[in-house]
Design a protein around this ligand. Structure first.
Ligand code: TNX
Length: 561
């Protein structure tokens, strides 16, 4: 009987797939023991997904996306937003205008986005593609968004085009993906103090983050050389602090120092900031604003000299490095900072506010009668303890506003404020110590995560700060310090790439320094450590680099050549 034949072959398939779990017939997946790559180079090109999903099982055949393909999504606002985002992604290159259809079940012939509580992990998703449909499920819109990012990389590279592509069939290779991130905090930083990057570029930067499943943008908004955020109560911060009279030419080690003689600056209005924040939210990126204190604040002091310990005429910084003039821990300064942070908090809804804390020389504090009096009154025995007192007061203020303080690892000196999150940059030690004290830690050690360093031998590279961090080294970065006991590892909530812009004056230069290192970092932060495989990464990098280049992005060529 026909039914019998069918039933028997179904049984055989079931048996074989059961067997395959333990035999050499096992489906090829991305989840592989370290060093072993079960996928062929051809597979990796066909499924060139970065960061690598937890499980990716190739299957024969493909789904064809046509002008008739609908996108089905629930009516829930955020999920509907993801469907719209997907429709917009495909519209220009394909020339299709995918219809959005309300629904909560997968539909044949369609690309379906489903909210499914059985996908248990936060930010995780499942993606199934076969000849008849594309089905993405997640327990939240954010998970759906990451499923869409994976789908995007499975569509032909022609998808990444700023105009209609010359391609007649849009195929998605059949696949089963189960994915979720390793770390909850996946960040990229950008310094807009040393050089200013206009809001449209910031949005583009946020798009890159989203594409590679980063969820945090650390926006370094103030520094010695420029204050970049409008604060209504203190207009001089941007009028004066937003501009410097000139900029150093060449490297800060070059002697004699030369300057370009050209006024330079810029800032974001609060309206622009709100616009960027809401754009970021639509890409599931949270912004951590950074307002530097007590050091790296010469621009603020130039605007309001009363914030320094001794009055005087101060100028916005014109060269790179560390400046001795820092904020004075007097009541006036705390009032100022609370007012500034009050406005910052109104603009940025995220849980974290970064207050810097790095590289604050204490000479001015040692010379200051006011600081010496404060030490006596507060029973502080060193200037490091004064800084700790300073940060603690700001921490209390931020906590009273339901925000968490983040600071560079220098905030450990003189005693760590009870609720502070530590960003470990001078190596792994600060992070290790903070985790041992039970604090959350974000790793961005300069030896792996500082994208202002050269990515190849300096001779043939554009001027950079120094050091050398090739893509392969970024890929080898392990965020959890090896000496951290197992029961303290969860304090490492994630990692980030830091982009200091002393030597990056243009968006092109930022792109060159960020790509392709950002992709390597995305995989070290998102993917399971045991699946890391550099040759596999490089194979998947090639089509990704092509996509970026098609969009006009400068990608450093070293590992691609
Ligand atoms: C150190 S990292 C700094 C920055 C510089 C950077 C250059 C950190 C917290 N402070 O001010 O731009 O080095 O790599």
């Amino acid at each position: 009987m026909l039914w019998n034949t069918k039933a028997r072959s179904a049984l055989l398939v079931a048996l074989l797939s059961g067997l395959s779990a333990v035999s050499c017939l096992a489906p090829k997946t991305f989840a592989s023991p370290k060093g072993l790559e079960p996928l062929t180079t051809e597979d990796l090109t066909r499924y060139a997904v970065i960061p690598r999903p937890r499980v990716l099982q190739p299957a024969p055949g493909h789904f064809v996306w046509t002008a008739e393909t609908r996108i089905v999504a629930p009516s829930e606002a955020a999920a509907h937003g993801v469907a719209q985002y997907l429709a917009e992604l495909v519209a220009t290159p394909t020339g299709f205008k995918p219809q959005l259809e309300e629904g909560s079940a997968a539909k044949p012939g369609a690309v379906s986005l489903r909210l499914d509580p059985s996908v248990s992990e936060d930010e995780g998703y499942r993606l199934n593609v076969d000849a008849s449909s594309v089905d993405i499920s997640a327990n939240s819109a954010r998970g759906l968004f990451y499923g869409v990012q994976t789908l995007r990389q499975l569509l032909p590279t022609a998808l990444d085009s700023t105009s209609k592509a010359k391609l007649s069939t849009w195929e998605v290779p059949a696949v089963h993906v189960e994915d979720a991130p390793r770390f909850a905090y996946r960040g990229m930083h950008l310094d807009v103090g040393r050089h200013f990057f206009p809001a449209p570029f910031i949005k583009q930067y946020i798009d890159w983050l989203a594409r590679y499943k980063f969820n945090t943008f650390h926006w370094h908004l103030t520094d010695d050389q420029g204050w970049r955020i409008e604060i209504k109560q203190y207009p001089k911060l941007t009028e004066v602090g937003g501009y410097r009279k000139e900029t150093l030419i060449g490297h800060s080690h070059d002697l004699p120092a030369k300057f370009d003689g050209t006024r330079y600056g810029g800032f974001y209005t609060q309206e622009q900031i709100k616009d960027v924040v809401s754009y970021a939210a639509s890409r599931f990126v949270t912004i951590v604003p950074e307002i530097e204190m007590p050091g790296h604040s010469l621009a603020a002091i130039a605007a309001y000299p009363e914030l320094a310990c001794s009055p005087g005429a101060y100028e916005v910084g014109t060269k790179w490095g560390i400046f001795e003039d820092i904020l004075c821990p007097k009541e006036e300064t705390f009032t100022f900072l609370q007012n500034v942070l009050g406005e910052v908090i109104e603009l940025f809804p995220g849980p974290y506010v970064h207050v810097g804390g790095d590289e604050a020389p204490k000479a001015r504090w040692r010379e200051s009668e006011l600081v010496q009096r404060l030490k006596a009154e507060q029973h502080l025995t060193s200037e490091d303890e004064v800084q700790s007192y300073f940060i603690k007061r700001i921490d209390d203020f931020l906590n009273s506003k339901q925000r968490k303080l983040v600071g560079w690892d220098e905030i450990l000196a003189g005693g760590l404020s009870p609720n502070a999150v530590v960003m470990s940059w001078r190596g792994f030690d600060g992070g290790t110590r903070a985790a041992q004290l039970g604090h959350s830690v974000i790793m961005t050690p300069h030896s792996f995560c500082y994208f202002d360093q050269y990515q190849a031998s300096p001779g043939a590279e554009p001027l950079a700060i120094g050091g050398q961090i090739p893509v392969e080294k970024v890929y080898a970065f392990e965020p959890v310090p090896i000496d951290l006991p197992a029961d303290q590892r969860h304090f490492v909530i994630g990692a980030q790439g830091s982009v200091w812009t002393e030597y990056m004056a243009t968006p092109d230069q930022v792109e060159y320094m960020v790509f392709p290192r950002l992709l390597a970092l995305s995989e070290t932060i998102w993917s399971p450590a045991e699946t890391r495989n550099y040759p596999s990464f490089v194979t998947r990098l090639r089509p990704n680099a092509k996509r970026l280049q098609q969009l006009g992005i400068k990608v450093a060529p070293h590992v691609l050549d």
